[in-house]
Design a protein around this ligand. Structure first.
Ligand SMILES: C[S@@+](CC[C@H](N)C(=O)[O-])C[C@H]1O[C@@H](n2cnc3c(N)ncnc32)[C@H](O)[C@@H]1O
Length: 413
């Protein structure tokens, strides 16, 4: 009986916090959060909707439906409505900022599988959406840095790094899949899929079909619907014949086919999966003009190419089952030794592409890391066709956003 009472008390405390958030009552929220009557008060959840205080504060800004045929002098009524709406929005913005300062999780999911940012976007609340994107960028940058410390601790400071590692994990619990664990076409998200790591993937048997390449767990390694993206990427990186190109990750050979069309002077391909290499040989890739196949992980192959003094006008990176940290290492450690001063590099930009807000967050994160590595990036938007029919037989749709942002990177002036 005592337990039941305390459960009821907790539920009342939770509802009080959510109500104050939805009323944009920052003063009351501050008191309730500081009183710490429930664990992690700024991240409580409504049991029926799964709303967090951030969801509640944003949902309360939902614009009223505009009357379609108003009164003859409806201008005044609309003005009053607009003012009221703006006031609510301003209060909502204050409340969201306050909650974020207090440690609210930016990508917590409600029972409709929406983060607070997804909700803001669906309701057309652009300012609130942008606030949530910026919160995501801050959190992901921090997480990536902590992952760096975690790696450092594995290598150099066995005991000291453990606290950091734990923080990184708890920050993402019960949240949308963390894009930092997903570069292109990753599985292993929070939906219970088998954990796809690079070593596990490289040991798995692959299935080659006409329009797709699948791993043992039916994860889409590569799919033919990406052909337009590959064609445009190849053309941007190799605009004229006679250039030298390095492609990392052969997959279905789509981008390499487009590189060949540009008659490169040299065409190096790094591929780690033995099944893909066998398929390349079967299709005679080793006999195509300028082609040199390097079997192995880029982490092992690229330092050898640097040692041999190989350089390229264009480099493309599109691997599978690697983390954002791997991509960052490639970009900041390897490119500089291989790319000509006037050269360009690109990559398959699929980070966070299974959710618009994650894609927007990761565009900013990538941009910052590209700058930090000493490059400028130029983005071209490409409309992605509707892909509903594409996913049958594939474990997880890895692409849901409407536009692909194609990156081309050059050394900074
Ligand atoms: C998404 S596919 C590439 C698709 C390719 N862009 C195309 O147009 O078909 C990814 C490829 O990267 C390879 N790969 C994964 N990890 C790798 C690594 N560490 N080094 C080199 N290749 C890797 C995979 O075996 C796979 O063939």
């Amino acid at each position: 009986m005592a337990d039941l009472n305390s459960e009821i008390d907790v539920d009342i405390d939770v509802q009080e916090i959510l109500l104050a958030a939805s009323q944009h009552d920052v003063r009351k929220l501050r008191t309730l959060i500081r009183s710490n009557k429930v664990p992690d008060p700024v991240n409580v959840k409504d049991s029926e909707t799964g709303y967090s205080p951030l969801h509640a504060a944003i949902a309360a800004c939902e614009p009223d439906e505009q009357p379609t045929n108003g009164e003859p002098n409806g201008i005044h009524a609309d003005d009053a409505g607009d003012n009221e709406q703006q006031k609510t929005l301003d209060e909502g913005i204050n409340t969201v900022k306050f909650l974020l300062q207090e440690g609210a999780i930016w990508n917590d999911l409600d029972l409709k599988n929406e983060t607070p940012g997804c909700l803001a976007r669906r309701l057309g609340l652009t300012e609130l959406y942008e606030l949530m994107v910026d919160a995501g960028v801050r959190a992901e940058l921090l997480l990536n840095r902590l992952e760096g410390y975690e790696q450092l601790s594995d290598d150099e400071e066995e005991n000291e790094g453990d606290d950091n590692a734990e923080t990184a994990e708890t920050t993402t619990a019960t949240t949308a899949p963390d894009a930092s664990e997903e570069t292109s076409r990753e599985a292993g998200d929070s939906t219970g899929d088998p954990d796809v790591t690079n070593p596990r993937y490289l040991e798995s048997n692959l299935t080659f079909q006409n329009d797709r390449l699948l791993d043992e767990d039916q994860n889409g390694v590569m799919m033919a619907w990406e052909s337009d993206i590959m064609a445009k990427s190849a053309k941007k990186l190799l605009p004229t014949p006679g250039l030298r190109v390095l492609n990392i990750g052969h997959g279905m050979g789509i981008v390499d086919g487009f590189f060949q069309e540009q008659s490169p002077a040299a065409h190096h391909i790094v591929e780690a999966h033995p099944d893909v290499v066998a398929e390349m040989k079967r299709k005679g890739w080793h006999e195509k003009p300028g082609v040199q196949i390097h079997q192995g992980r880029w982490q092992d192959v690229l330092p050898k190419l640097v040692e041999q003094g190989e350089t390229f006008d264009a480099i493309y990176y599109d691997t599978f089952a690697e983390s954002y940290a791997d991509f960052r290492e490639f970009m900041s450690e390897q490119v500089i030794g291989l790319l000509e001063p006037t050269g360009q590099f690109g990559f398959f930009n699929g980070m966070g592409a299974d959710r618009q807000i994650s894609y927007d967050v990761y565009q900013k994160v990538v941009e910052m890391d590209v700058f930090e590595a000493g490059f400028d990036v130029d983005w071209e938007e490409i409309r992605v066709p509707k892909l509903e029919g594409e996913w049958s037989g594939v474990r997880r749709p890895y692409w849901v956003v409407d536009n692909y942002r194609l990156p081309t990177c050059r050394y900074m002036d």
